[in-house]
Design a protein around this ligand. Sequence first.
Ligand code: 5GP
Ligand code: ZN
Length: 136
Amino acid sequence: MEDCIFCKIIDGKIPAAKIYEDNKVFSFLDIMPANKGHCLVVPRRHSVTLIEMSEDDLVATVKAAKKIASALSLSFGNGSFNIVMNNGKEAGQLVNHAHIHIIPRFQKDRLRIKWSHVKYDDNEIKEYAEKIRKFI
Ligand code: 5GP
Ligand code: ZN
C-alpha cells in the first residue's frame, strides 16, 4: 500500500526501532508509547483490520505478540502487559494497517485501560447473543 506508514516501515523506507521480524510479521517500538517499551507487531501483508487478516497472518502475528511479550517481561518488565488491538475508526484505529499493541505495565504507571459499563435491559442480553450467533 503506497501511503501506508507501516508498509513503509516494513519496506525499510521509514526507520523504526526493530524488535523482531520473520517472513510473515514485523515488530518495532511505537514512536509515541503508552509506556516505554510499547511494541507493535504487524503482518507484513497489508490488511486493515483483524477481520481482513488471513488465518496464517493472524496466527503468526499472535505468536509473535507472545514472543515479544515474553521478551519484554524478561528484559525490563515484570510479567504485566496489555495486549490491545484497535479495529476501525470508532475503536481508535489511527493507522490503517492491522497491528497489535504490546504495552508493558508498571506499578503506578499512568495508563488507564479500564472502561465504564453499560447495562442491558431485561432479556436484552439474550437478544444480543442471538443476533451475533446468527452470523457465526
Ligand atoms: P492505533 O491507534 O492505530 O491503534 O495506533 C497506531 C500507533 O502507531 C500509535 O500508537 C502511534 O504512536 C504509532 N505510530 C504512528 N506512526 C508511527 C511511526 O511512524 N513509527 C512508529 N514507530 N510508530 C508510529
Ligand atoms: Zn500497510
